[in-house]
Design a protein around this ligand. Structure first.
Ligand SMILES: [Zn+2]
Length: 174
């Protein structure tokens, strides 16, 4: 069977479950901290959309090679994103791929000081997962979908806005 036919079948199987996003990831390529932030973000997104019992965002383990346009949705850490890009989501008809910048610290301005702080994977995971459900950027800097992350993203009001935006693109339990 050719790959193209297989992709077609996958997309048919996906019909009727279009609010479900299943991402393959390789746990061996994440360090412990990255992994716990990834799982926290997935749990939080399912929780705020009311989908803790029947998750709409699911991670699946895989150890095979990850790349764009192979017919399945994947999430992986990357060293080759453009400057100042923390994450990149690429969507095609058959898959959504998420690349996250692989680093442990970032330089940020806190008050008057420039500080080196732990890299905030959670905010980037949440933002890219938002893209995976079809959300575009927000012009409002209180939003997780704001282009650059300057907000205290885990505040209840920020998460409530995010949950509402996810609902508008069908990301909730049906
Ligand atoms: Zn974005």
């Amino acid at each position: 069977m050719s790959k193209i036919v297989l992709f077609f079948l996958v997309s048919l199987v996906g019909c009727g479950k279009d609010n479900l996003r299943e991402f393959y990831y390789n746990p061996d390529t994440f360090n412990e901290d990255q992994l716990s932030q990834l799982w926290y973000s997935v749990d939080l997104l399912n929780e705020i959309t009311g989908c803790s019992q029947t998750p709409i965002l699911v991670l699946k383990e895989s150890r095979s090679k990850f790349y764009k346009f192979n017919g399945r949705s994947e999430l992986w850490l990357s060293n080759d994103l453009e400057k100042n890009v923390g994450g990149l989501t690429t969507a095609s008809l058959f898959e959504v791929d998420i690349q996250i910048l692989n680093r442990t610290t970032s330089i940020r301005i806190v008050g008057q000081e420039v500080k080196e702080l732990p890299f905030d994977f959670q905010s980037i995971f949440m933002h890219e997962f938002g893209h995976s459900f079809g959300l575009e950027h927000s012009k409002d800097d209180i939003d997780i979908m704001y282009e650059s992350m300057r907000i205290y993203w885990d505040r209840p009001e920020v998460l409530a806005r995010f949950a509402e935006q996810l609902r508008t693109v069908g990301a909730y339990c049906k």
